[in-house]
Design a protein around this ligand. Structure first.
Ligand SMILES: O=P(O)(O)OC[C@H]1O[C@H](OP(=O)(O)OP(=O)(O)O)[C@H](O)[C@@H]1O
Length: 184
């Protein structure tokens, strides 16, 4: 099966959301963020959760109309597999979070372990306020811990998804649409 010239999808891969649908969901999320931060004076510190949050953050950036600074954090649980394991902190933000209004940008809220650890880190660093924005949210029944996203671009069923910044065994993050393998 071929998504577009040059991209060979794995056998059995199905499209969950095409590129146009993804852009519509991202536009709606950008509008929700613009409404949430309308009129702020102090810049929001936007923290991209690498690697998966990079694509969503890139899609959002040109659509956000409030003052912001950009930084990133790198956490990893899946490490080129489709199963979450222990959380590894790879890179902490370079800017101080103390007293800052934070906007965390991640690709997906799945079991919630990554997001919960990050939100807790921000709380311990005495951030003034933390907003978690995710591109995709799986059903609450997937969560191992209690954590909520304030902005969700799109709700999806419980499949391992890839494309739009998310990998399948380390690859295919550059697909502009969202795919899944029914048996994975
Ligand atoms: O809700 P959870 O079950 O904790 O999973 C969500 C996290 O898992 C993925 O990161 P991953 O460990 O795959 O690293 P990556 O972003 O570099 O692919 C994804 O980008 C989220 O950060």
């Amino acid at each position: 099966m071929q998504a577009e010239a040059g991209w060979a999808l794995p056998e059995g891969a199905l499209c969950l959301l095409d590129a146009d649908a993804m852009q519509r969901h991202i536009e709606a999320a950008a509008q929700a963020l613009n409404a949430r931060f309308a009129g702020i004076q102090e810049p929001v510190l936007m923290l991209v959760v690498m690697n998966g949050g990079l694509w969503f953050a890139g899609q959002l950036l040109g659509r956000l109309h409030f003052p912001l600074e950009l930084d990133y954090v790198h956490l990893s649980r899946y490490r080129d597999t489709t199963r979450g394991r222990e959380l590894e902190w790879r890179t902490l933000p370079s800017k101080s979070l103390t007293g800052r209004r934070l906007l965390l940008i991640d690709d997906i809220l799945d079991q919630g372990v990554t997001a919960q650890a990050l939100v807790e880190h921000c709380r311990l660093q005495a951030a003034t306020e933390t907003t978690l924005a995710v591109m995709l949210e799986k059903p609450a029944s997937c969560r191992l811990v209690n954590v909520q996203a304030q902005i969700v671009a799109c709700q999806i069923p419980d499949h391992y998804v890839f494309g739009c910044g998310m990998d399948l065994n380390g690859l295919l993050r550059n697909l502009p649409a969202l795919y899944y393998l029914p048996e994975a």
